[in-house]
Design a binder for this molecule. Sequence first.
Ligand SMILES: [Zn+2]
Ligand SMILES: [Zn+2]
Length: 297
Amino acid sequence: MAHPYANQRIGLATMHAKERALAPAFRRVLGAEIVVPAVDTDTLGTFSGEVPRPDALVETALLKAEMLFEAMPDLDCALASEGSYGPIDRVPLNPGGVELLAFVDRKRGIRHVEALPTHRTSWRLQRYAAGDPERLVALKAMGFPEFGVFVVCSSDMSRPIKGLETVDAVIDAMDREARRSEDGLAVLYSDMRAHRNPLRMKVLRAAGWKLARRLATLCPECQAPGWGWIDSRRGLPCEACGAPTHWIDFEIDGCTVCGHAASRPRKDGRRTASRLSCHSCRGGSVLPTYRQPRCQP
Ligand SMILES: [Zn+2]
Ligand SMILES: [Zn+2]
């Protein structure tokens, strides 16, 4: 039996050539074709050095999918991606990000969001004075020109300079912005738009394969695409006394269209948990491996 998306067109909202990362998975796994209509998704916001919250990312991705349906009323399915990169928890030495891929099938009522947290990012932000010799070192370390960069005035970050193609153009822009800045500094930071960032394209490709495989699995009850993991239940019994522990007991697969769900045993085949994880075997003592929640009523 052919998959419902075989030979179907799936719209993708992108201005940054994301179809290069996503189309192969959807073609190979589902037999579906990714089409990119001319939709100006930049009106919903662009990378500006801000780090939006994950729930805001989901909303934006779903909004992009809606814009697509307006542009192409004959489409049933749409795909949109949102990424957020920057210092995790404001720790500058540990840059990371999250890539979200949202899929909407408005005919069947399917909404699926695949989130891929990643540390594989080249995100950097640094400040330099005009003429600082470290500018060139930093630019090279950021992978320019294979990886794009933005330059902006440190005291007015509202108008970043984009589209810089050569080392000379970047250095000129940095010195110009540094001179007009109140603190005498220019900010140099990574361009995270997909088409200017090969690492981001890689993460996007991985998210695409994950989503396509998920959609390839049909619900055993209603045959809607997207059957798969929705939850884990904790409470695997202790090997010594049988009391429930915090270890995962079983996984739950589900369908978001009809609500059907089924449990699945742990992948590793374990039926009991180590006594070291058992609260009652340890006589209620607290080991660093597990702490009972204290604030329960
Ligand atoms: Zn179903
Ligand atoms: Zn026990």
